[in-house]
Design a protein around this ligand. Structure first.
Ligand code: ZN
Ligand code: ZN
Length: 172
């Protein structure tokens, strides 16, 4: 457990790179939209759990990124620069148009900086802290995903779960 809380050298470097990129992409957005110069540079923060790569908080004027995801090479490759730009564009869309979410204002800002406006990342999030593993089961109408708790009960013969759509028992 102790080594999980120990700062890792390459993680610190990656965090610095993300913070640096936040500044640089914000400057890029400022160059494209001079009205953004009335808004301060957003703060960069980190969070430790969950499947989201990043968060934009317009109230506190900050962007935050998933630190365990950053520690993984595939996660790092997504956060820098995609998630950095994605979240900054939320703040920019808010400053320019007063809107939140993946709306046309956000999409237009994303396209203006040369990024495809995608809502979510495609990273396999299995094993990240705060992310429940889902197990794939089948029934006659398709695939159903169940939690580890349910998966164990089924495997131990303690329970049978049925699909809520077709009422078939789930099979692994
Ligand atoms: Zn978003
Ligand atoms: Zn079904």
């Amino acid at each position: 457990m102790a080594q999980d809380t120990q700062p890792r050298a390459d993680l610190e470097l990656r965090q610095q790179q993300v913070e640096q990129a936040t500044t640089e992409w914000w400057q890029e957005l400022n160059a494209l939209y001079p009205r953004l110069q009335h808004s301060p540079l957003p703060r960069t923060e980190w969070f430790e759990r969950g499947s989201r790569a990043g968060i934009a908080d317009v109230r506190h004027w900050l962007v935050a990124f998933n630190r365990p995801m950053l520690e993984r090479d595939d996660g790092f490759a997504i956060i820098l620069p995609n998630t950095v730009v994605h979240e900054l564009c939320h703040l920019a869309a808010y400053a320019l148009h007063g809107t939140c979410g993946h709306d046309p204002a956000w999409r237009s800002v994303m396209e203006a900086v040369g990024f495809t406006p995608k809502r979510t990342h495609d990273l396999d999030i299995t094993g990240l802290p705060g992310v429940q593993r889902r197990w794939r089961y089948r029934c006659s109408c398709g695939d159903v995903y169940v939690s580890t708790t349910r998966h164990n009960r089924i495997q131990q013969g303690k329970a049978i779960y049925r699909c809520t759509r077709c009422n078939d028992p789930l099979t692994h």
